[in-house]
Design a binder for this molecule. Sequence first.
Ligand SMILES: NC(=O)c1ccc[n+]([C@@H]2O[C@H](COP(=O)([O-])OP(=O)(O)OC[C@H]3O[C@@H](n4cnc5c(N)ncnc54)[C@H](O)[C@@H]3O)[C@@H](O)[C@H]2O)c1
Length: 314
Amino acid sequence: LVRVGVIGTGGWGKNHLRVLAELNALAAFCDIDKAKVDLYRAKYRVPGYTSLEELFQEGLDAVTVCTPTTTHHEVARKALEWGLDVFVEKPLAASPREGEELVALAEGQGLLLGVGYIERFNPAVQELKRLFRERRIGDPLLLEFHRENRWVGVVTDIGVVLDTAVHDIDTALWLFEEAPQVVYARTGRVMSNHEDFAAILLGFEGERTAFLTANWVTPKRVRQLVAVCSKGVATIDFVSQRLVIDESEQTVIPRLPWQEPLKAELEAFLKLVEGRDKDTPLALGPEALRVSQIAEAALISGRTGSPIFLNLDR
Ligand SMILES: NC(=O)c1ccc[n+]([C@@H]2O[C@H](COP(=O)([O-])OP(=O)(O)OC[C@H]3O[C@@H](n4cnc5c(N)ncnc54)[C@H](O)[C@@H]3O)[C@@H](O)[C@H]2O)c1
């Protein structure tokens, strides 16, 4: 049995507590907020602390880091230095430089560094990847993502590119199975302290393109992907996990079993910690670092108005 500690039990970390408890892997947790520690200690009957140092004394195999993004580097670094396998929520860190340090540290210590790019565990996205691989609707040409929701004041340490667009940047790379060569973005700010709307264009080899819009302005939740392929178009609603495939002669809606992406993702992490089944979709440090590099290029492009040409590892 794997013993996992959860660090940060706010809006999202509380789901890690629930899912890891369901998977019999929750050993302990910590949050700097004493009220949360008291609440979840009583709820899950596991030790809870207000400091990492106390948590690390619990003899853990791994931790999940669910603290605000600007703290990922410091918290994940301490866990890796303690010798623990780490799953850090998306994005890997607040900057590529911080991300590089974590990747190097994990590699140097021979430790696992998984990152929470959760849409890889959405059944509709997994089915679309199968469609792409088998060329069932021809060659993928254009991915158009919309990720929009009124979200003012919820995330305050970073903007919509690093917090929200990164999900779709990762999904684009995962589906196309390569990194883009060029990034162009327009970004702006209307009601937050960081940019809160962005349109990002990623140019891949052979004219393949991903177009992403992300904002915290639209007063309803939209999370959609339209994948234009040479023989049809596939549309995903990330929330309902529905995939619709339109071809010239027919529309196909595969009946996909619903799965909780976080549960599948943390199960994949546990398998990796145990050393079984290494073939999982879980994003690892180097892949997540590429996402951070592309997100940073988008921010620079948004500020300067220039396209940014990249030379990233494949
Ligand atoms: N994968 C997803 O779909 C998804 C969804 C939401 C959030 N997230 C990610 O999860 C992370 C947390 O987001 P959130 O919305 O839960 O934030 P939040 O602000 O609601 O919660 C953060 C918690 O961390 C605690 N904390 C802060 N610094 C700490 C430290 N040094 N040590 C221990 N605890 C500390 C805070 O007290 C708080 O309880 C972010 O990185 C975010 O990007 C991922």
